[in-house]
Design a protein around this ligand. Structure first.
Ligand code: NAD
Length: 729
């Protein structure tokens, strides 16, 4: 038996099968890098020459991760298109070697099998996946602005049908083992070993290894054959169709139209993926491989991939607690069973915390419970949860109309009405019952935390935890510390947020903190545009073209016009005319007429149950007309888009200048994941680095000349405009 061990890979022969185990030291995941691909090549060479091994198995030492993809630092270190192409060529050569091996190799998959990881698996001759919760297969490259560059675009087409291949590559979506088997992506699935064993995961991994060894042996001696994918009628018709020019053009045009409708051409990667597919359908896989490398090189140096990879790093950064390890948190109390409180309770109990939800009335509690139950029912329907798990979780949630069960709470999160007086009242009530150690977090949208903390006898325990609606779907959590918040308090809040699955940014205190502040400056401009005669549908069309996932007018309706109006008045008091010199009575008139946004069925749009169609609300248009003002400059599409975006970006930079933001990374992550700032720009700061602060300042100065201080670029933005070598990130 020849066995060996290097840093990442071990090699041993069992029963005539070489077992190659990938296990990156001191890391939760395996990623592909220059360093380990060298080892990989050496091991392959050894395998080829090893007469004792008739077949091979590639498996990970980690039960939760086969291979999570290529290390993206490898790409980010590249300066030129040629450098990026080289990354593709080298990995492609290596995987071609795997594919061409005269001895069969089985990929044994458990845990994440993503991007480059799936490309490795696809180059093997047989794939077995464990049907556990953590096992997912995907090609998420498109989300990083690139494409699978190690042969994946071609091998995927050989394994699965064209519609499935396009779907996987264009969306980057996760495929679960059952579906992967059905599609032809894996050859076999196995059940995980059930509970009742000491370490079920490790045992399952070892069981997978044994199944893979026997399969590899069978493939080598011919007792097991790789069955070709069973083609459905639709598969056969599609295959036939794309063999003709018109058919291929038709299928690809459909896909292209869909991409353009969704992205307005702002994302180059999906379009290039289609070009690669087109090339292979026309000229075969060899040309396809070449096209893949070329387009991979082109994409790897775009501003968009730079921005998207930056976001990926930013998100990783915001998934860590940089404030130390807090004492364990067990019991969490949530105050207010409204839209937000119920959402917060849901994501808390879902992670196994003992959770109490309190409201002032039975009706309030019932409303909250109803919200949680219907969200869980959705999960059951989508097979994300079993009905048993739902019932168990719901049974664990404690609801209450008084504070009796708060006496051993480790943290209380309040989500009562947005009113300083009420917030002070509940702080007093809470502090009368909870233990000294208990953290008091407030989910206010805009009230400065320091003012809320004035109602507390332990201000060091007071912190802001600003969730976004809907809480169970939105990724971001903005944590706000005031001057007196202790480090332990911050670390506890961050810990809970991370456990709830959130991407957490931590910012300083001030009116609207970071996210509410920058959004409301943009919304103030929207108000002026409405009054100048720009209509909701036009705004939405232009903002979507710009790259926002939701149009600005729709967003106001989603937030609620009453809420926006409340925050708007507060911001106007705090920031004066720099915030807006427009007539805010527009908002009052809207609210007085019951036009509160989607929740009341009418806002700037009208909403009808069961219909996706939303016409503009004539009452809203009438109010806009009533407060009409003359535009001071031409309302071109570009002017409208940039009057909105420039105020948002400038305010973000001002937040950095004032120390509300500790770093531009938090600023970029917050703007994209909390507010939908176009991801292909990578956030306001990445945008300025990639596209130039000078360009934005010049635009703003043109607006400033007619509209005044609302468009005054802040000092830090000027600094960057003057010196183009200065970078935020
Ligand atoms: P909501 O009106 O849906 O819910 C408020 C709930 O608090 C009601 O059920 C009410 O009965 C209850 N309540 C009032 N006083 C209470 C008390 N003393 N004890 C216990 N419960 C009490 O409001 P919401 O939209 O969930 O917002 C709650 C907070 O979250 C506000 O501060 C709001 O600014 C903030 N917020 C809202 C959003 C959003 O999108 N709606 C986003 C972020 C933050």
């Amino acid at each position: 038996v020849s066995s060996s061990q290097s840093k990442y890979l071990t090699y041993r022969v069992e029963d005539g099968v070489a077992v190659i185990t990938f296990d990156t030291p001191n890391s939760k995941v395996n990623t592909l890098s220059f360093e380990n691909s060298e080892e990989f090549k050496q091991i392959l060479e050894k395998f080829k020459n090893d007469n004792t091994a008739k077949a091979g198995v590639l498996i990970s030492g980690k039960p939760d991760c086969f291979i999570a993809g290529a290390d993206i630092n490898m790409l980010q270190a590249c300066k030129t298109t040629e450098d990026v192409e080289k990354v593709s060529t080298e990995s492609k050569d290596m995987l071609m070697d795997v594919e061409k091996s005269s001895k069969p190799i089985v990929a044994a998959i458990m845990g994440q099998c993503l991007g480059g990881g799936l490309e490795v698996a696809m180059s093997c001759h047989y794939r077995i996946a464990v049907k556990d919760k953590k096992t997912t297969l995907a090609l998420p490259e498109v989300m990083l602005g690139i494409l699978p560059g190690a042969g994946g675009t071609q091998r995927l087409q050989k394994l699965v049908s064209l519609p499935n291949a396009l779907d996987m590559m264009l969306t980057g979506k996760n495929i679960r083992p059952d579906k992967a088997k059905k599609m032809g992506l894996v050859n076999q699935t196995i059940e995980p070993l059930g509970p009742g064993v000491d370490e079920p995961k490790v045992n399952t991994r070892n069981y997978l290894e044994q199944v893979a060894i026997q399969t590899a042996k069978g493939l080598a001696n011919g007792s097991i054959k790789v069955a070709p994918r069973k083609k459905s009628m639709v598969d056969k018709v599609t295959e036939r169709l794309v063999s003709y020019d018109f058919g291929r053009n038709y299928v690809l045009k459909q896909a292209r139209d869909k991409i353009m409708k969704l992205t307005f051409g702002n994302y180059p990667a999906p379009l290039k993926i289609l070009e690669v597919i087109d090339e292979s359908l026309k000229h075969g896989y060899d040309q396809g491989y070449k096209a893949e490398t070329k387009k991979f090189g082109e994409l790897g140096t775009t501003k968009e991939s730079n921005a998207l990879m930056g976001l990926f790093h930013g998100q990783t950064h915001c998934k860590k607690n940089r404030f130390g390890t807090p004492p364990p948190l067990k019991k969490i109390g949530v105050l207010g069973a409204g839209l937000m409180g119920a959402g917060i309770a849901q994501v808390t109990m879902d992670k196994g915390y003992s959770t109490i939800l309190k409201d002032v009335s039975e009706a309030g509690v019932a409303r909250g419970l109803n919200q949680i139950e219907s969200n869980f029912n959705q999960k059951v329907k989508r097979k994300r949860m079993t009905s048993f798990e739902r019932d168990q979780l719901l049974g664990q949630l404690d609801t209450s109309l008084d504070y009796s069960s708060f006496k051993d709470a480790d943290m209380v999160i309040e989500a009562v009405f947005e009113d300083l007086g009420i917030k002070h009242k509940v702080i007093k009530e809470v502090e009368a019952v909870v233990p000294e150690r208990c953290v008091f977090a407030t989910n206010t949208s805009a009230l400065p935390i320091e003012q809320i903390a004035k109602g507390s006898s332990r201000p060091e325990k007071v912190i802001g935890m600003h969730y976004f609606s809907p809480v169970d779907k939105m990724q971001l959590l903005e944590i706000i510390t005031h001057k007196g918040t202790s480090k332990e308090t911050t670390s506890a809040a961050v810990e809970l947020g991370l456990k709830q699955g959130k991407t957490v940014i931590t910012v300083g205190d001030g009116p609207g903190f970071y996210t509410t502040r920058i959004l409301s400056f943009m919304m103030a401009e929207l108000l002026r545009l409405f009054q100048e005669g720009v209509r909701p549908k036009q705004v939405d069309k232009l903002s979507k073209k710009f790259g926002w996932p939701v149009g600005a007018a729709t967003l106001v309706d989603e937030v609620g016009i009453d809420v926006a109006s409340h925050i708007g008045r507060f911001m106007k008091d705090e920031f004066g005319d720099r915030y807006t010199d427009a007539d805010v009575s527009f908002m009052d008139d809207m609210v007085d007429g019951g036009n509160l946004g989607r929740k009341s069925g009418k806002g700037v749009y009208l909403y009808q149950k069961g219909s996706k169609d939303k016409p503009e609300n004539p009452a809203a248009i009438e109010i806009m007309e009533k407060t009409k003002i003359e535009p001071k400059m031409e309302l071109t599409d570009e002017n409208i888009q940039w009057r909105l975006a420039s105020r948002f970006i400038n305010e973000a930079v001002l937040c950095l200048q004032e120390g509300i933001l500790a770093s531009p990374i938090d600023g970029d992550v917050g703007a994209v994941f909390g507010l939908g700032f176009p991801p292909f720009f990578g956030g306001p700061f990445r945008y300025l680095d990639n596209h130039g602060a000078k360009q934005l300042v010049e635009r703003m100065e043109r607006f400033q000349a007619v509209y005044g201080d609302a468009f005054k670029p802040c000092d830090l933005l000027y600094d960057h405009a003057k010196d183009s070598s200065k970078r935020f990130r």
